[in-house]
Design a binder for this molecule. Structure first.
Ligand SMILES: NC(=O)c1ccc[n+]([C@@H]2O[C@H](COP(=O)([O-])OP(=O)(O)OC[C@H]3O[C@@H](n4cnc5c(N)ncnc54)[C@H](O)[C@@H]3O)[C@@H](O)[C@H]2O)c1
Length: 326
């Protein structure tokens, strides 16, 4: 089976690639495991190929049709479309966000349509499609009301995935990801970057700035579970999805104060004291518009799972990244 990951050099793209290579197979549309014979990692920056002969890296801009045509042929059975510019960047640069998050997503679907073989396409959407005056628990039928350009771009792309699936051009699956935490590495331009930073930096012995109020509620999922959900989402039976291709992924609803309490529980008071509180109105506005919890019963019925406690998420991060507590 030939598999494509756009954004294959990114945080989730690289983890997904590693997991797919280690599993070695994916279920096909009939539910039968098929060996992954080729894994294409497409990104604007060079992706790590893990020294694995099944990997082909492609450097190019997904907003260019020729790049997508090079990466997708009628044997590309599975596509994980992860390439995107993140929320803070899409808000700061309107044209860039529209071009990559929206126009390139449509282009990718159109190249699939042109190939005519109806590949399975997983699209990573976000909590940012919701916003405004939200109920405590966002339901599957809560109206989308994004309050950022990133959220609007993801919401439009969701509708496109639904319609291209309804028309039989692709077999699409939209997975709305909670904010991923704890993300290793450096802070990024996502408005939610602090949701990892306030755990990661204190565990590394460094100070971290928290730009939002402690009562701010976040909807979180660990990288480990996110990757499991992406693969499970791709392997779902199309009949079970019907004509509604969107799933709210399971996660944990925690306030920032509860995150800090979990850090204290796992790593001690000295570590938790390394958080510095410096409100940033711009970030509070974006993050405060996102839901703190949503109804995930549909995803759970289909077998997708998240964590149970945020302390478990921190422990998984420490184990996965080999963090030495300081
Ligand atoms: N990490 C999260 O908390 C989170 C939450 C919700 C949704 N998502 C979505 O999941 C997906 C992956 O997120 P991530 O955390 O791995 O982000 P990331 O920024 O690490 O990865 C995105 C990748 O896309 C690439 N890219 C950007 N513009 C491109 C272009 N023009 N052509 C080709 N590649 C391009 C980047 O170089 C990057 O490697 C994104 O679609 C993101 O919107 C992530």
């Amino acid at each position: 089976m030939k598999v494509l990951i756009t954004g294959g050099a990114g945080f989730l793209g690289q983890r997904l690639a590693r997991e797919l290579l280690s599993r070695g197979s994916l279920k096909d549309a009939q539910g039968a495991p098929q060996a992954i014979t080729e894994l294409i990692l497409l990104d604007v920056v060079q992706a790590n190929d893990f020294g694995d002969s099944r990997v082909r890296t492609e450097v190019g801009d997904i907003a260019e049709r020729s790049v997508l045509e090079r990466a997708i042929d009628s044997n590309t059975a599975a596509i994980f479309h992860l390439a995107a510019v993140v929320s803070g960047q899409a808000e700061a640069d309107f044209d860039l966000g529209m071009r990559i998050n929206l126009d390139a997503s449509r282009l990718l679907l159109d190249v699939c349509r042109q190939r005519g073989h109806r590949p399975r396409v997983v699209f990573t959407s976000s909590v940012a499609v919701y916003g405004g005056d939200l109920p405590d628990i966002v339901q599957n039928d809560t109206a989308l009301n994004p309050q950022s350009s990133y959220g609007a771009q993801k919401a439009i792309a969701e509708l496109l995935l639904n319609d291209y699936s309804r028309r039989g051009f692709v077999d699409g699956r939209v997975l709305r990801l909670p904010t991923i935490s704890v993300r290793p590495g450096k802070p990024n331009a996502a408005a939610s970057s602090f949701a990892s930073g306030i755990i990661r930096e204190p565990l590394n012995g460094e100070e971290a700035v928290c730009p939002v109020n402690g009562s701010t509620r976040l909807w979180l999922l660990s990288p480990r579970k996110a990757i499991e959900c992406l693969i499970a989402g791709l392997e779902l039976d199309a009949a079970a999805l019907g004509n509604q291709r969107v799933l709210n992924l399971p996660g944990i609803s925690v306030s920032v104060d509860e995150m800090v309490a979990a850090l204290r529980e796992v790593a001690g008071d000295e570590v938790a004291k390394r958080i510095v509180w410096q409100p940033d109105v711009r970030i509070e506005k974006i993050v405060g518009s996102w839901p703190g919890r949503w109804d995930t019963s549909r995803a759970e019925q289909l077998g997708l799972r998240g964590e149970h406690t945020f302390a478990d998420v921190i422990r998984a991060y420490i184990a996965d990244e080999g963090v030495q507590l300081r």
